[in-house]
Design a protein around this ligand. Structure first.
Ligand SMILES: Cc1ncc(COP(=O)(O)O)c(C=O)c1O
Length: 433
């Protein structure tokens, strides 16, 4: 190993300890589904940088768009001027609004991170409705700024010791069939959630004081939990009844990840606000919210904003990302490869009783580990699988409140051979129950 590489490895000690760290790999380059370390080892990256590089690492069209825009201007500030990639993105992204209503026009507000987009959605909902309260769902993860933390309950580490958080946030159960206290079926889980909402409105907050439901269409950090199909439509109906806005947090589920452009499209529910980040620009920091123009434009000039929002280079990367999703058919690819991955994983996990469930939608796939009789979470099994897969040069992540779920997040243009390799490695890495 050269002295330079040695020195680089030593510098790892200078990075803040607050970053949860899955590996200590130092990457020299990354391309498609693969990363290569400074010591020349290649890893199949099925983390996608936590669901960001949906088009694969350094897609040539994204790289070219970034380089071209950087040479023409990097920071062309939104309050001061318009720029070409931004204008094109404001035309193009609203066309993806899920289940649009006839006659509604949709508009876009851009920010930088997921949490920042969540803040924008909460501010818009409060500003437009002049109502104080937000209802979010247990197990949800919405980010690390103060309002986003208040909506987050996927793990105490995300909010504990930061009290007081913004008030008037109420948490209802997310329908999680495997762990539903009234029975392990979708029907029972949905009933449990809807009854809890009734009880919430009867005991803690009047529905007419609620500005918005903020909900992930599929729980991400909280365990890759796919709710019953009736969940979002039921929230839509309750929202309509009480003048509540429905804000869907598509930060992890968006940009073709689940085999639809947005996961909300697996249902017929029309949201009021779509919150986006992660996959939007293949890795450049960009986020935003989509909403009907009539709602978004209730925010007066200056009521919200930010220096970097809608950065020109990030917008150029987002346009190239949309081109790649279209031209490479990544919505269909996610569905096709998701089916391949799910069925392969179900077969390698079949004789492992500690795998309580293999679930997912599109290429948002997970294995949950639990003791067979009691369903006691088994985070140690998830951790062991990650370590064994890492030894075999496959990168995976955990999620779930107890870290008992292994999530598999491949790039959407991953190949059949790569999917099969991942299944084989996971099969070998499952170890003995
Ligand atoms: C569903 C969801 N919402 C919000 C966030 C926060 O995004 P960011 O980390 O970009 O602030 C995340 C990040 O994991 C997420 O998965």
């Amino acid at each position: 190993m050269s002295e330079d590489v040695d020195r680089l490895l030593d510098l790892r000690g200078g990075v803040a300890r607050v970053w949860t760290r899955y590996t200590d790999l130092v990457v020299a380059r990354a391309s498609g589904s693969w990363i290569e370390t400074v010591d020349g080892e290649r890893y199949l990256d099925y983390t996608c940088g936590i669901g960001v590089t949906n088009t694969g690492h350094a897609h040539p069209r994204v790289v070219a768009a970034i380089a071209e825009q950087a040479a023409r201007g990097i920071h062309l500030q939104q309050n001061i001027v318009f720029h070409e990639p931004g204008l094109r993105l404001h035309e193009r992204l609203p066309r993806h609004f899920p289940n649009p209503r006839d006659g509604d026009a949709y508009a876009l507000f851009l920010a930088n991170s997921g949490a920042e987009a969540v803040e924008a959605a909460v501010k818009l909902a409060k500003y437009a409705t002049r109502r104080p309260a937000i209802v979010a769902f247990r197990g949800g993860f919405h980010g690390r700024t103060h309002a986003a933390m208040a909506l987050t309950s996927s793990g105490v580490k995300y909010r504990g010791h930061y009290e007081p958080l913004p008030g008037s946030v109420y948490l209802a159960p997310f329908p999680y069939a495997l762990r539903n206290p009234t029975g392990r079926s979708d029907e029972a889980a949905l009933r449990f959630t809807l009854d809890a909402l009734d009880e919430l409105f009867a005991t803690l907050v009047y529905p007419e004081d609620v500005a918005a439901f903020v909900v992930e269409p599929i729980l991400g950090e909280g365990g890759y939990v796919v709710p019953p199909d009736g969940f979002l439509p039921a929230l839509r109906e309750i929202a309509d009844r009480h003048g509540i806005l429905l804000a869907v947090d598509e930060i992890q589920t968006g940009f073709a990840r689940t085999g639809r452009f947005f996961a909300t499209e697996w249902t017929d529910a029309t949201p009021d606000i779509v919150i986006m980040a992660k996959g939007i620009a293949s890795g450049l920091p960009l986020s935003g919210i989509l909403a009907p123009s009539a709602l978004l434009d209730r925010l007066e000039p200056g009521a919200h904003g930010g220096t970097f929002g809608g950065n020109a280079v990030a917008c150029a990367a987002a346009l190239a990302t949309l081109d790649v999703i279209d031209d490479e058919g990544l919505v269909e690819a996610a569905r096709r490869q998701g089916t391949r991955l799910l069925s392969g994983l179900r077969s390698v996990a079949a004789d492992h009783p500690s795998v309580a469930e293999v679930r997912g939608r599109g290429l948002m796939v997970a294995l949950e580990f639990a003791e067979p009789e009691t369903l006691k979470p088994m985070p140690e099994r998830a951790k062991a699988l990650l370590a064994a897969a890492l030894e075999r040069r496959l990168l995976l992540l955990t999620c779930g409140t107890y870290g008992q779920v292994v999530r598999i997040i491949p790039p959407l243009n991953t190949t059949d051979d790569e999917v099969d390799l991942a299944i084989e490695i996971i099969g070998e890495s499952l170890g003995a129950d």
